[in-house]
Design a binder for this molecule. Sequence first.
Ligand code: NAD
Length: 328
Amino acid sequence: MAQPVRAARDIRRAVVTGGAGFLGSHLCEHLLDRGVEVVCLDNFLTGSPENVVHLMEHPGFRLVRCDVTDYVHVPGPVDLVLHFASPASPLDYLKMPIETLKVGSLGTLHTLGLAREKGARYVLASTSEVYGDPLVHPQPEEYWGNVNPVGPRGVYDEAKRFSEALTTAYRSSRGTDTGIVRIFNTYGPRMRADDGRAIPAFVGQALSGRPLTVAGDGSQTRSICYVDDTVTGILTMAFSGHAGPVNIGNPDELSMLRLAEWIVELTGSDSPIDFIDLPVDDPKVRRPDTTRAEQLLDWRPQVPSEEGLRRTVAWFAEQLAAREVRAG
Ligand code: NAD
């Protein structure tokens, strides 16, 4: 059922949970650029204060160590809560299944409570993983998904499905102004080199001359969106009164083998490509239907994949060089 649209509001102070992570740190930066004060809550489970160290001197920025599964307390007014805390890479959530379920359930409950208490707008970071291994392609928001609740990936997928249901319930039964974004694979600077996701893994392997490890035969597809585009989409949703869910992603779809070959080209590496076992329940295809984002938010990705990959490779190369200098 379509939810009524709320009027967009004036946003002066935002809380970003998971703000010291990959997406969260970019969100904090973009919000500060728009003149919004930011309180960043993070327990550094998969993120790091290093991701926001460049914001520490900003008068509008505060970093607070906090596990949102315990409690969430923020003194003063809050106009927007962005709930981004959660392990997000398969390697992380397979290692931390209970933490992932807790942050999707208790963390979502506590942050929705904060939004309700403050009368703030609330945006939930959901994921394309709610579609599981999809039987409909590309995936529109109306598709209910194909998820195995007892498979290894179920901890993440079901945590996000539960958090979507809870967010929707707060909107319909408590009157909280909520929005849900279903984010598709995003890449860019500040991804962890060892987080197990394909792009940092391939770039790290190519830059160090090791073989690129492609799962299966590499024919499985993903649609990759550069972080600046994803963040612009999320903030357009945050500054609107729409309920969603809205897919935020880049509909350009490419196979994992093509991605690996591209990264070899862009890094000028002579690394070979090795094929390894496909993980259990790995989705075969993934591409967002972005019609809703275009119609409701007038948003579409702007950064071509080649350009985004070039910027990402340059960032990882800089990090590697700095590490080598530090190591002497
Ligand atoms: P990330 O691991 O870099 O960031 C997550 C952050 O949440 C980390 O800083 C971590 O320390 C923090 N965190 C985890 N549990 C916490 C807790 N209990 N209390 C406080 N902080 C906690 O991951 P990311 O890629 O930046 O993803 C951010 C959000 O976006 C996640 O909710 C993820 O599900 C969602 N998302 C990301 C992508 C993507 O492609 N990056 C795609 C879909 C959805």
